[in-house]
Design a protein around this ligand. Structure first.
Ligand SMILES: NC(=O)C1=CN([C@@H]2O[C@H](COP(=O)(O)OP(=O)(O)OC[C@H]3O[C@@H](n4cnc5c(N)ncnc54)[C@H](OP(=O)(O)O)[C@@H]3O)[C@@H](O)[C@H]2O)C=CC1
Ligand SMILES: O=C(CO)COP(=O)(O)O
Length: 289
């Protein structure tokens, strides 16, 4: 809708639709992928078999991690299309609010600045403010890692732990995101921007977030299977949490909140036990000084 409002011609493909992927991709300048993580590699491989102009820009809005490789979606697109510009689109962008034309801001990030600027122009409007950023990995990881913290925030609200607890959780969650992101090679300052802190605040404070809803339902005593069966849409944080635990172990990164969310999702502990585990960790300085 944002691109159409800026006089661009838009074609939409879905595996449920009647148009073929090849027909939809004919002569396109920009391909925007917003499919859930589970489908990214498969669809990217399908796209590879169709002719595209070498100038075609790929934009990815998926917030997840590949379970096989721990790669981000943009890394998958870039590996399959090494000679094309790839742009990450991410920010505090609950889609229902954007659909209602409420004001929002977002970030487009790429190693190729001109590609990010093209995408910025396509989507910018008086209702949608788009910033460019030169750290695609940081922007993408911000949107992805916050989903795990949003599950924890849903638990926190579901258990009615109060505003102090929520502020502590979200702030320490951001510290955890920065630690993981730095290990991955992303810039610290990106996590303090719209795609990091911004998306963390939006997702941890809105019942529109599916990840928040997962945590909230678990706190209410529902099982994960029951919760996911009743959820409208994808909660990427469930898969992201598993991939993240795998990577954190390999790289020896401390991820206390992610670890408790993981154990809760696995059914190993109750929400109250997860809370106790976090509160009773060794006392320590807030940061290394
Ligand atoms: N909703 C939001 O507010 C935001 C979502 N995102 C991110 O965008 C991504 C999608 O989210 P959202 O649209 O809400 O999720 P939904 O679950 O509503 O939609 C996922 C879409 O992906 C498609 N899909 C899944 N697997 C495949 C596959 N193998 N081949 C083709 N298509 C596939 C689904 O198709 P089908 O219907 O046929 O199953 C569906 O159209 C997620 O990574 C999410 O984190 C980012 C910002 C905001
Ligand atoms: O990423 C989002 C908003 O920026 C959407 O969050 P959920 O995937 O938790 O619904």
């Amino acid at each position: 809708n944002l691109a159409i409002a800026n006089d661009h011609q838009v074609r939409v493909w879905s595996r449920q639709g009647s148009q073929t992927l090849q027909a939809v991709l004919k002569d396109v300048q920009i391909v925007l992928s917003a499919i859930s993580m589970i489908g990214v590699r498969d669809v990217a491989c399908q796209v590879q078999s169709f002719p595209l102009s070498p100038e075609t820009i790929f934009v990815t809005a998926t917030k997840g991690l590949d379970p096989q490789t721990t790669c981000t979606p943009s890394q998958i697109w870039q590996t399959i299309f090494p000679n094309h510009p790839v742009v990450v689109l991410s920010g505090p962008n609950l889609s229902k609010e954007i659909q209602m034309e409420l004001p929002a801001a977002s970030v487009v990030a790429s190693n190729i600045p001109t590609a990010a600027e093209v995408v910025q122009l396509v989507f910018s409007s008086h209702r949608f403010r788009v910033y460019t950023n030169p750290d695609p990995l940081g922007v993408e990881l911000g949107g992805t890692l916050k989903n795990v913290i949003a599950i924890a925030a849903g638990v926190c609200d579901g258990l009615q732990l109060g505003t102090n607890a929520k502020a502590a959780l979200v702030t320490r969650g951001l510290t955890e995101m920065v630690r993981i992101g730095n290990n991955w090679g992303a810039k610290t300052e990106t996590f303090y921007g719209l795609s990091g802190l911004g998306d963390l605040l939006a997702t941890c404070n809105s019942p529109l977030s599916r990840n928040y809803q997962v945590g909230y339902q678990l706190a209410g005593g529902k099982s994960l299977t029951e919760t996911l069966a009743n959820l409208q849409g994808t909660a990427e944080g469930v898969n992201t949490c598993r991939v993240l635990m795998q990577r954190a172990k390999q790289e020896n990164i401390a991820v206390p909140i992610t670890e408790q969310v993981y154990r809760l999702l696995q059914g190993e502990i109750t929400p109250r036990q997860a809370l106790d585990e976090l509160m009773l960790r060794d006392i320590k300085p807030e940061y290394n000084y």
